[in-house]
Design a protein around this ligand. Structure first.
Ligand code: SF4
Ligand code: SF4
Length: 397
């Protein structure tokens, strides 16, 4: 297992982190025995960073991990979890959630504590509730060791949040497709230059870049490589090729996945991909963009929409549905845009066709017309049921 050093804490972390959002399941619940075996196998083979969050598995991921890390495993890892920022309504909630998480995880300290899924709006709300003082106090009390945040918004707001507090680390979505999406490559460089350790989530874009059977035109490109690798290996190696990435999280729930990721993490040195390999990955990226339904790069220049439409998020999920036929996309549309996390609903149907965004879009997209298609796809029958499921998933009353 290769390791990289967190810039501020000096912790030597395994480049592969175990993400506990998609644990092995049986009959709709965590398969405790199998998932425990997988987590402990990964730790036995060198993984020393384990990540969870309040809402994962309907609130069951944290207590599961508390049990899975018994028998001495807790002290062998750095444990990360996240404050459910969208559930925080008062200053007292900040301490209440942290104390509950320490109990659920059966631990006296959280090594890496993140404010979950920040946006500019939710950061401002938390600041008004005294979150900076809360983090300082929690550190002084030894309840948390390192403070960070996870992020899915635009680059300008990301930079604002990076500069707003002396964070030790942050967590961003980063993969070879999303280099200009959300924080993206520029955000990675910015955070690293400011001394933050960067943890990467979605290195396989929720598993889709790692599918053993990618879209045929993508598979044809991969088969041109001089060194044959699986799509998952290409995607992970690309992420770890960036020296600024300290840890990449993978949500593992199959033994074969754990083994494959462990094997790659033994070898994936920074700056180890050749020019020819990087050029091939760039061609794969270009091909993915060609088969996307909407050519949105997620740059965020169209923000803010006066009606609150989450334009880039709408197109991102629309593309996922068409590129991968991902049946969960309709559910994630509601999770991401239903306003349960950000406090602001961003559905495509909120568009009133004012046209403000069209002038700002460097891709010259016909945004209002495309949003109509998104709304027709995602907001028809079953929307209310999906909203109820999303609330359950996120633990929103
Ligand atoms: S056209 Fe629609 S999406 Fe664009 S800014 Fe106006 S209301 Fe928002
Ligand atoms: S719609 Fe255009 S401006 Fe908005 S995020 Fe996508 S590419 Fe950027």
């Amino acid at each position: 297992m290769l390791h990289r050093r967190m810039p501020k804490s000096g912790d030597e972390l395994s480049i592969l982190g175990f993400g506990c959002m998609r644990l092995a399941q049986k009959e709709g619940r965590i398969d405790e025995e199998r998932a425990t075996r997988q987590v402990r196998l990964a730790i036995d083979r060198g993984v020393n960073y384990v990540d969870t969050a309040w809402p994962y598995h309907g609130g069951e991921s944290e207590p599961f991990l508390g049990r899975a890390l018994a028998d001495g495993y807790r002290e062998r890892v750095k444990l990360a979890t996240k404050l459910p920022s969208w559930l925080v309504k008062t200053a007292d909630d900040l301490d209440r959630f942290l104390d509950a998480q320490l109990r659920k995880l059966n631990t006296s300290r959280i090594d890496y504590y993140l404010l979950h899924s920040l946006s500019g709006t939710s950061w401002d709300k938390l600041v008004s509730l005294g979150v900076e003082d809360f983090l300082d106090r929690a550190k002084a009390a030894g309840k948390i060791v390192n403070a960070g945040f996870s992020y899915h918004g635009t680059l300008p707001e990301f930079k604002r949040i990076v500069d707003a507090y002396p964070w030790e680390f942050c967590q961003i979505q980063f993969n070879f497709l999303d280099i200009e999406h959300q924080a993206g490559e520029a955000g990675l460089q910015y955070a690293a230059a400011k001394g933050l350790g960067v943890v990467v989530m979605q290195p396989l874009r929720g598993g889709t870049l790692g599918q053993a059977s990618p879209p045929p035109s993508i598979g044809a490109l991969w088969s041109e490589a001089a060194t044959p690798r699986t799509p998952a290996e290409w995607a992970l190696r690309w992420v770890w090729n960036h020296p600024e990435v300290i840890v990449a999280l993978s949500g593992m729930n199959e033994e074969s996945q754990v083994e494959e990721n462990l094997a790659i993490a033994d070898q994936a040195q920074a700056n180890s991909l050749t020019e020819a390999e990087l050029a091939l990955i760039a061609r794969v990226r270009k091909q993915y963009r060609e088969i996307m339904k909407v050519g949105c790069t997620g740059c965020g220049y169209c923000d803010p929409c006066p009606k609150g439409v989450g334009i880039a998020g709408c197109f991102d999920i629309y593309n996922q549905l068409y590129m991968y036929g991902n049946p969960a996309a309709k559910f994630f549309y509601v999770v991401r845009l239903g306003g349960f996390i950000s406090g602001q609903r961003g559905y495509a149907s909120q568009c009133e066709q004012c046209g403000d965004c069209v002038m700002k879009c460097p891709q010259n997209l016909e945004i209002p017309a495309l949003l109509e298609k998104v709304a027709a796809e995602f907001e028809g029958e079953g929307l209310q049921e999906r909203e109820a499921m999303a609330k359950g998933f996120l633990g929103v009353a």
